[in-house]
Design a protein. Structure first.
Length: 246
């Protein structure tokens, strides 16, 4: 895999751009954090990379990756907590990318599912419905589904928000391990201290790329200042609190 390349990419909704002019490469074996104020295009970029959102202009070259090679965990996973599915079944959905919806679950996949449940500390709740899970347990289950998918491109939208410190630490180590295994890992983070500790590279967004490169070079005072000024200039009241999240 040569990485995921962007060429003058524009993304948005109903013909209105949210992001413009993105060009660069997300290399394999690297963990890239997406940072920026609210509304700066972080989640929009993940939707484009996953294929959920089609470009308004430019292109995305995924280096030959197929849909089954991409694991995408949005900020809102869209999971109906009342849907009658157990933790074991939810995690097992990660194997569908390889088997297809009606494919047979073999012994090897069941063993991997059980190992994944154990790795994420979910074995004791495997037979419970997801409606009984705490927020942290549900996030672990969603991570387990991503882990079972064994994807080459992993996209995570604020995966550690609203988690207790121990769970966030455990899951961040897992994400770091995915990159160390040679996967391309891209995640949205609002905590810049975590970005500095965890990420190899950072793409700082504010409707465009403010900076993109090694974390220490991307998160400079000057770059952060430009992103804050962009947020302050936006008319949307949702941006007024952007500095507290930048």
């Amino acid at each position: 895999m040569t990485g995921v390349a962007l060429d003058n990419l524009s993304l948005g909704y109903e013909g209105r751009p949210v992001l413009r002019g993105l060009s660069g490469v997300f290399p394999p074996g690297r963990l890239t954090g997406l940072a920026g104020p609210n509304g700066s295009g972080k989640s929009t970029l993940l939707k484009g990379l996953s294929g959920v959102l089609h470009p308004l202009g430019g292109r995305i070259d995924r280096g030959g990756l197929k849909a089954r090679d991409i694991a995408y965990l949005p900020q809102d996973a869209g999971l109906d907590r009342q849907f009658p599915i157990t933790v074991e079944e939810l995690v097992g959905l990660g194997a569908w990318a390889r088997q297809g919806l009606f494919g047979k679950v073999g012994t090897a996949d069941r063993a991997r599912r059980d190992e994944t449940l154990e790795t994420l500390g979910l074995t004791h709740v495997a037979d419970r419905p997801v409606s009984e899970l705490s927020g942290g347990q549900l996030q672990r289950a969603l991570f387990a589904r991503v882990l079972l998918q064994d994807a080459r491109l992993v996209l995570l939208d604020e995966p550690f928000s609203a988690l207790d410190e121990r769970t966030a630490t455990d899951l961040s180590r897992m994400v770091r391990g995915w990159a160390d295994q040679g996967r391309t890992v891209i995640l949205v983070l609002h905590d810049l201290d975590m970005a500095r500790e965890l990420c190899d590279e950072v793409l700082l967004l504010a409707g465009e790329a403010i900076s993109w490169g090694p974390t220490s070079q991307a998160l400079t005072t000057e770059a952060l200042g430009r992103a804050r000024r962009w947020a302050q200039a936006c008319e949307d009241p949702a941006h007024h609190h952007a500095e507290s999240r930048l």
